[in-house]
Design a binder for this molecule. Structure first.
Ligand code: NAD
Length: 307
């Protein structure tokens, strides 16, 4: 436990990430940064009061100068999920927030891992790489890892089986542009369609895909924000890097054409992320078309808004 990290943005998501990281005992020191000074001090004190019983992690109010000692920066700064009106509005506010953060990363000459979960996550991942001219292997957007968890949970309810028995992915743009890869999903090690046939079952794939997309909004409607799901995704990404797993994960990465970022299947290890060759083996024409649409929507948005 010799690494340090910093969490920038200590709202619902950021503070939950801090709590999860403390519980995992992954870092020696976690630096807390938020534009709201009182909030930063309050979170530092509250987390520290708990840490004393369970962990040796130091919780400190950080500054951008502290980042040079950090192996990871997690950016969860943004606007409250319940106040999001449109994608456009969310993007322009998020870009302003990111401008104020990225300028400080540049000044600090930061060159280690940057994990982004603020929304719109794919646009912000692309923007960060472009604005900092950064090694794209080290800028990791949480992307559709959360959508993939949602898919497994929703499908497990439809099929009444444990979600751990489902191996499948959601790729493309996180949220409304996400594409569920039903065709390559395995249930108890059988392709989904074969499993359904063998068990005389049928499912409504469009409905499932809609439910995945609606899940975040439904949670926000019920409790004002989503944070446990995304914070576990962030911790999982960090563990995959620290333990150099070479796992295959759906994460937001700069595209090979370098004009957008969204979730591809990536290999993850101590060097960061790299697009895996499995992406080019997708065979379902409908899913490929949907991924192409998701990509074109992002490219057009980026061009139109001159991001
Ligand atoms: P929140 O409003 O509770 O917290 C946002 C925090 O960011 C606030 O504490 C605010 O003071 C801080 N902040 C704003 N500007 C800042 C700046 N320039 N520097 C430092 N801190 C700044 O919001 P939340 O619910 O925690 O959500 C945070 C972000 O995470 C949002 O963009 C949200 O959409 C996103 N999110 C992403 C996923 C995902 O799957 N990628 C899931 C949930 C939430």
């Amino acid at each position: 436990m010799k690494n340090n990290c910093a969490v920038i943005g200590l709202g619902n998501v950021g503070k939950t990430i801090c709590y999860s990281l403390i519980k995992e005992k992954l870092f020696n020191t976690i630096y807390l940064l938020d534009i709201n000074e009182n909030l930063t001090i309050a979170e530092k004190n509250d987390l520290s009061d708990g840490v004393i019983l369970s962990s040796f992690t130091n919780i400190k109010k950080g500054s951008y100068q502290d980042l040079s000692s950090c192996e990871f920066i997690i950016i969860s700064a943004g606007i409250s999920q319940s106040s999001v009106k449109s994608r456009l509005e969310q993007t322009s506010s998020a870009l302003k927030i990111f401008d104020s953060i990225l300028i400080n990363l540049k000044k600090a000459n930061y060159d280690k891992f940057i994990i982004i979960c603020s929304n719109p996550v794919d646009i912000l991942t692309f923007y960060t790489i472009k604005k900092l001219n950064y090694d794209y292997h080290k800028v990791i957007g949480s992307g559709t890892l959360l959508d993939t968890n949602r898919y497994k949970n929703i499908l497990s309810t439809y099929l009444n089986i444990p979600s751990k028995n489902i191996n499948g992915y959601v790729l493309g743009e996180h949220g409304s542009g996400a594409v569920t890869l039903f065709s390559s999903t395995l249930i108890n090690n059988l392709p989904l369609n074969e499993y359904l046939k063998a068990n005389n079952l049928s499912i409504n794939k469009e409905e499932i895909e809609e439910n995945i997309k609606k899940r975040g909004f439904e949670i926000v409607k019920g409790k004002g924000a989503t944070f446990y799901g995304i914070s576990e995704c962030v911790v999982y990404i960090i563990k995959n890097i620290l333990f150099s797993t070479n796992n295959l994960l759906p994460l937001s990465i700069l595209s090979p054409s370098k004009d957008f970022a969204y979730s591809y299947l990536v290999n993850i290890n101590k060097n960061g992320i790299e697009i895996s060759k499995e992406n080019y083996l997708l065979s379902d024409e409908n899913e490929k078309k949907k991924l192409e649409n998701s990509k074109n929507n992002l490219i057009n948005f980026i061009k139109e808004k001159k991001i």
